[in-house]
Design a protein around this ligand. Structure first.
Ligand code: ADP
Ligand code: S3P
Ligand code: MG
Length: 173
């Protein structure tokens, strides 16, 4: 069966929703950030600081190429994966793209305590969120299913995605 691929900005819940959705659908869960951290033996923030964003994006691209060849996964991508349209096309070939969205204010509330999002660590965080969101919002529109996560719990979002997948006959239970 096709992979279920979560895309969306930082803090929209791709990692936590993806993990719960995988459990709900009895599928393997892959978080691309976690895989890259495991592979390189350091955090995303350390990779950005020591190896640079270009290295991070190339590791992300290599991982996407591998994951796009697999099936039956729930994949939580990093928020910037969509910047490389090749990544999107590959994941779309054998996957259903599900975009999670939230307002800049909700995103800010969810990420401000976390130090492992280097792109938000410099300057005014709210301004940075708005700037990056604007740059990427079109790319997130590539998704077949879009879920606004702003006023829903993680379980409610998982059930909403599951209903959408059932309605489209992508899953049967
Ligand atoms: N629907 C939600 N309701 C409340 N908190 C949420 C929700 N979705 C995510 N969070 C919280 O927001 C933070 C970011 O979630 P995460 O899954 O890491 O987002 P992403 O992977 O999209 O960057 C985490 O602390 C998570 O527990
Ligand atoms: O939006 C981005 O460019 C990034 C999002 C992060 O993942 P999350 O969206 O899971 O926070 C992580 O890949 C890295 O900090 C870059
Ligand atoms: Mg994540």
């Amino acid at each position: 069966m096709k992979n279920i691929v979560l895309i969306g900005f930082m803090g929209t819940g791709k990692t936590v929703v993806g993990r719960r959705l995988a459990r709900r659908l009895k599928r393997e869960f892959i978080d691309t950030d976690a895989e890259i951290e495991k592979l390189m033996g350091k955090t995303v923030a350390q990779i950005f600081a020591r190896d640079g964003v270009v290295r991070f994006r190339s590791e992300e691209e290599l991982l996407v190429k591998k994951l796009a060849k697999r099936e039956d996964l729930v994949i939580a991508t990093g928020g910037g994966m969509v910047l490389n349209t090749e990544n999107l096309l590959l994941l779309k070939e054998n996957g259903i793209l599900v975009a999670l969205t939230a307002s800049p204010e909700i995103i800010y509330d969810r990420v401000r305590g976390n130090k492992n999002r280097p792109l938000l660590m410099h300057g005014d965080m709210m301004e940075k969120i708005r700037e990056l969101l604007q740059e990427r919002e079109n790319a997130y529109k590539a998704a077949e299913i879009t879920v606004d996560t702003g006023n829903s719990s993680i379980v409610e979002i998982v059930e909403q995605i599951t209903r959408c997948l059932l309605e489209r006959n992508y899953i049967t239970y």
